[in-house]
Design a protein around this ligand. Structure first.
Ligand code: ADP
Length: 265
């Protein structure tokens, strides 16, 4: 039985097809989020990759910021539950998840079975999210995928004193014009994000193992800065950005298996 999970984010769209809730048949990420052609492209790509079509799918769950705009899924489920399930699927020993996406950051506590028990969230302010990093990468004139490796070359990270994205952007521009090495600025940017997100997660138990999910987990600079702030090792799966879509596909399978939904076949 095949199930489909779709995560329509603010910045990117992810689609995953699972076989029997256990085998990843295909996954696709498009760097365009809600209100764009991103979701449609991710779907097209995921079907092409595994040679299946909509008729082969038993149940579809959609999650993410743009989930309400998706009328072709059988059910919508919150990002929190989907990320918890998705990270558990990828890394079953994890009990604490730090998820940083394009416009929010969350810290989740999960059980041995991937059930959410508590969470903290920042969706009010761009600082401490992917948006902050995207703005800073543009100011530094580097690709977002280069920001992490660049920061790892730093020997004297700067301190970014402004927490507001707009003021921090001016601060970075002023550091650039004072000839501060770009890698030291990049390291300061990552540390600033990590301080905010780690501060938010303090209100949870933070039981090990700890993992990061979301697109920002692809940034090695933020992962290392988070390890420093939280004082522990952080696990990252290469499919971290697709964790929400994987969780959606797992939940779709669990629903079918438990017979909670009508037979579509
Ligand atoms: P959303 O689900 O909210 O759309 P994602 O979880 O896809 O967001 O995360 C998007 C963020 O991930 C971007 O804002 C960017 O900062 C970061 N990101 C995406 N791709 C990469 C990459 N290859 N390297 C580093 N960071 C990345």
């Amino acid at each position: 039985m095949y199930t489909l999970g779709i995560d329509i984010g603010s910045t990117s769209s992810k689609a995953v097809i699972l076989q029997d809730g256990a085998v990843l048949a295909a996954h696709a990420v498009e760097p365009l989020g809600t209100g764009t052609v991103g979701p449609e492209r991710a779907l097209k790509k995921v079907f092409e990759l595994c040679g299946l079509s909509q008729q082969d799918i038993s149940y579809t769950v959609v999650t993410g910021y743009g989930r309400m705009n998706c009328d072709y899924a059988d059910e919508q489920i919150s990002e929190l539950s989907c990320h918890a399930k998705g990270v558990h699927f990828l890394l079953p020993t994890v009990h604490t998840v730090i998820d940083i996406g394009g416009q929010d950051a969350k810290a989740l506590s999960i059980t041995d079975k991937g059930q959410l028990t508590a969470f903290q969230m920042n969706d009010k302010c761009a600082a401490g999210t992917g948006r902050f990093l995207d703005v800073m990468a543009r100011v530094l004139n580097v690709e977002i995928s280069e920001l992490g490796p660049l920061s790892q070359k730093s020997s004297h990270p700067v301190s970014i004193s402004n927490t507001c994205t707009v003021f921090a952007e001016s601060e970075v521009i002023s550091q650039l014009s004072s000839n501060v090495p770009i890698e030291d600025i990049a390291a300061g940017i990552h540390s600033s994000v990590a301080k905010r997100v780690a501060g938010m997660s303090l209100r949870l138990d933070r039981t090990p193992d700890v993992a990061m999910s979301g697109g920002v987990a692809l940034n090695i600079g933020v992962v290392h800065a988070m390890e420093q702030e939280m004082g522990c090792h952080i696990l990252v799966d290469p499919l971290c950005q697709s964790a929400g879509a994987i969780g959606a596909a797992v939940l779709a399978w669990e629903k079918r298996r438990k017979g909670e939904v009508d037979d579509h076949e």
